[in-house]
Design a binder for this molecule. Sequence first.
Ligand SMILES: Nc1ncnc2c1ncn2[C@@H]1O[C@H](COP(=O)(O)OP(=O)(O)O)[C@@H](O)[C@H]1O
Ligand SMILES: N[C@@H](CC(=O)OP(=O)(O)O)C(=O)O
Length: 422
Amino acid sequence: MTKTIVFKFGGASVKDASALKNFAEILRNRLRRNMVIVVSAMGKTTNALEAILKLKIDQKDYSSNSANLKDFHLDICKELFPPEHRIFALLENQFLALEKRLQGELTKENYDEFYDAVISVGELLSSKIVMEFLCLNDMVVLWRDAREIIATNSDFRFAKINWEKTRERCKYQLIPNLEKFPVVTQGFIGADEFGKTTTLGREGSDFTAAILASCLGASAVTIWKDVPGVLNADPKKFENTTLFSELDYKQAAEMTYYGASVIHPKTIKPLANSRIPLFVKSFLNPEANGTKIHSLESFEPIPTLILKENQVLVSFKVTDFTFIEESHIHRVYEELRSLKLRVNMLQISAISISLVMDSQPYHFEKLLERLKGLFEIRYNEGLELFTILHPEKDSITPLLDGYDVLLEQSTRNTIQFVRRKK
Ligand SMILES: Nc1ncnc2c1ncn2[C@@H]1O[C@H](COP(=O)(O)OP(=O)(O)O)[C@@H](O)[C@H]1O
Ligand SMILES: N[C@@H](CC(=O)OP(=O)(O)O)C(=O)O
């Protein structure tokens, strides 16, 4: 039996009508049975849905935002489909369901569950459009709801995979489909044991591709991006970048850990465990080789720059002339865990704990509220966390030109700066 391959197309590859036409052309000669096509929401749809939720939480009017989102999808479909095509009824239904969901009560208690139910609509919409567009162009594919395959716990917004159940569903439900047709499904979403929609963490569609590849015993995963492959820095932020033609799983995992957003951090592990190669290729130049991530005997460390924007630096200072001890750290981490806030950098001094994390205003405010009685808290927003892997000595100073450094930390192979533009 031919082994399955998994293709993953992110938001940028399906961001408008011409991107979708290019997407279909990539598949035209590559489509085959035993192929899973994982798609993310179109363009910046997930951000747009988050903005709607923010307005709802602030009890502001979100009607023009949801109308814009609907128009965005409709306009794309008007360019791609004849006017009588059933995609228009499908869209209508999906947006009605979204409206209905948004009218429900949103409280602090049900926020995460509500979030997943709303945010998942982006992937449901895009996968339907993609499936219908491929079929319209004589490429017959099946649509499967990822929530029937990807089994998770009920940790809404950051759901954990139930690997056993997911593996079983892949074997008994997905493989029989794949033996007949290629399958289109959604990245990023799953469902808990009660059938409630969950999500795997922002940008989690790469992870979905890796989960399915691992559970299906796939021979390869290809993620299609708007860059030539994995580079030694984000080409949108740095000049003179170098393409890695290949990377060891460990190198790729390290880069994603520090925030190289080209691959979701959870993607590498399931692939490395099953020795499944991951190709990162450009949807703008599909014939080019891109980057192959697999097991390498040896590799040269190459200086690599990683920038995480929109960071918050917060310090918790003890107020009673004692020193920081384990119980303080434990308490802070307990709150971080319960609020699902991930720490990107940690520094502990005699009297304070300093943390750097992604800005998440709603949850961050809660953190401050919960810990304000125990610590004197100070924070700075709008910062960047700049990490250099395998730095070359003389190259660092110019990279900090025009910035104030608020915090610095280094190990043998890594140096990190929390910086702010002067
Ligand atoms: N080291 C890197 N190499 C290549 N691209 C990078 C790197 N670090 C960050 N990026 C960014 O990752 C983007 C692709 O990832 P992403 O936007 O998540 O794609 P998608 O949402 O389409 O899957 C690129 O456009 C690039 O700006
Ligand atoms: N749409 C989701 C999931 C995702 O992975 O998207 P992308 O593949 O475009 O990064 C998000 O934006 O978080």
